[in-house]
Write a protein that binds this ligand. Structure first.
Ligand code: AMP
Length: 194
């Protein structure tokens, strides 16, 4: 199963991906998590990505495409994976399609978590509060100003992917404003019908 979760920052892609990892027994490939790990480890990629991420902008397509291309060749991706936060541009969408085609593979589904933007700022603030309460580091880009920029980037560069995948007959929607369990149920419904 090769699945893409689409939706703006704070839509719940990461939460659902983590639940699906357990149910489907395939890994979550979050480019955000991979980039944060690179920043922490101060790798060359991390050094290039840090300022861009802190500003809420998108890291270059070349960097993220290379990270994903390497990751999907790992043995744990053999049975599939859940892409969370990737692709985020049309260039990345073309790249993932080419990567999969080269390996004789294809996407099974693209699921958009449809949310009300006005709720997102609140969700991000909650995520920052929860991190603080549990003693975890708070993401630098989980603050209202940077979040606004992340949302702008989403609408400029990522939202066109819904049309791209709709045209390919791959796009499905779930109600991202529903409870976590209900969103999972809707995703499972879609996957069961395939
Ligand atoms: P996320 O954890 O998915 O919200 O990603 C955090 C930040 O990492 C984003 O705001 C971007 O700066 C960067 N990032 C993550 N995934 C991508 C991607 N597919 N393309 C470009 N930048 C990305």
């Amino acid at each position: 199963m090769r699945l893409i979760l689409l939706g703006p920052p704070g839509a719940g892609k990461g939460t659902q991906a983590q639940i699906l990892v357990k149910k489907l027994n395939i890994p979550q490939l979050s480019t955000g998590d991979m980039l944060r790990a690179a920043v922490k480890a101060e790798t060359e990629i991390g050094k290039k990505a840090k300022a861009v991420m802190d500003a809420g902008e998108l890291v270059s397509d070349a960097i993220v495409n290379a990270i994903v291309a390497e990751r999907i060749d790992q043995p744990d991706c053999a049975a599939g994976f859940i892409l969370d936060g990737y692709p985020r541009t049309l260039v990345q969408a073309d790249a993932v399609e080419a990567m999969l085609a080269e390996r004789g593979l294809a996407l099974d589904a693209v699921i958009e978590l449809v949310v009300d933007d006005r709720a997102l700022v609140g969700r991000i603030a909650k995520r920052a509060d929860e991190a603080r309460a549990s003693g975890q580091p708070v993401r630098k880009d989980d603050n209202p100003e940077v979040f606004e920029e992340r949302l702008r980037e989403y609408y400029k560069k990522t939202a066109p992917l819904t049309g791209y995948y709709y045209a390919k007959g791959l796009l499905q929607y779930v109600d991202g404003m529903a409870s976590i369990d209900e969103v999972t149920r809707q995703i499972e419904n879609i996957l069961d019908k395939r």
